[in-house]
Design a protein around this ligand. Structure first.
Ligand code: BTN
Length: 232
């Protein structure tokens, strides 16, 4: 990895995309001390208070075929969950890639693809202490009762991202096992919006391509993509 640190960025995902377009090679990591336009999935904003959070993006130029790139979401979720487990007992992964501690979100991931590159955006609540209640969020500091070094968290996550981002094609089963062990949705009744339709069913687990297996009207369907999946 080569690490670029910037005091202020709009969004690390947006700024690393520009660098990708200029031909920067795989393994570039862009950290934003402050993001003025941090983005979450589905167009939501992502707030990262200056100096307290980790907000960074990693540039990959995958050799794996494009139809497998959606697996980077799971690979990243697992890398973050395991990285956080250096500080905490167990992190859960809410498919495809929210990382939760006791049902509260501690990290968000935004994977975006370009023509020949992938941007992995990761936001981790490291040291903030206050969140609006309705956000259902938490931070490492809140969970561990002490200030945590952002550099250490970054290192633990990047180590594992290097490992798992290389496993979306071969050894994907091992990656899946790690995700399945931490799956926050298995066994839960969920509802979600898919192609404009409201659907609800019970989650059976995660299938061999990383899809969410949901029992819908008596048969099991593999959900590859859906808007926010909510537990009901
Ligand atoms: C989500 O949970 O909806 C995803 C949040 C992703 C936030 C990170 S912070 C670093 C990177 N830059 C962005 O603008 N977003 C991601």
């Amino acid at each position: 990895y080569r690490i670029l640190w910037r005091e202020k960025v709009t969004s690390t995902n947006d700024e690393i995309r520009i660098l990708a377009g200029q031909g920067m090679s795989e393994g570039l990591v862009l950290i934003g001390e402050e993001q003025t336009a941090g983005r979450g999935r589905r167009g939501a904003a992502w707030f990262s208070p200056k100096g307290e959070n980790l907000a960074f993006s990693v540039l990959l130029r995958p050799r794996a075929p494009k139809h497998l790139w959606s697996r980077f979401s799971l690979a990243t979720g697992l890398a973050v969950a395991e990285g956080l487990e250096r500080f905490l007992p167990m992190a859960a992964i809410k498919w495809p890639n929210d990382v939760l501690i006791d049902d509260r979100k501690i990290a968000g991931i935004l994977v975006e693809a370009g023509a020949d590159f992938v941007i992995i955006g990761i936001g981790i609540n490291v040291n903030p202490e206050k969140f609006p209640d309705e956000l259902l969020a938490t931070s490492l500091k809140k969970e561990c009762d002490r200030e945590i070094s952002r550099a250490e968290v970054l290192l633990e996550v990047l180590k594992r991202l290097a490992k798992y981002s290389g496993r979306i094609e071969s050894d994907f089963e091992e990656l899946l096992d790690g995700v399945r062990q931490r799956c926050a949705l298995t066994g839960k009744q969920v509802k979600f919006l898919q192609g404009g339709n409201h659907r609800s069913g019970r989650v059976k687990g995660i299938g061999s391509s990383g899809e969410l297996l949901v029992e819908l009207n008596g048969s099991i369907e593999g959900i590859i993509q859906a808007d926010e999946v909510r537990v009901c």
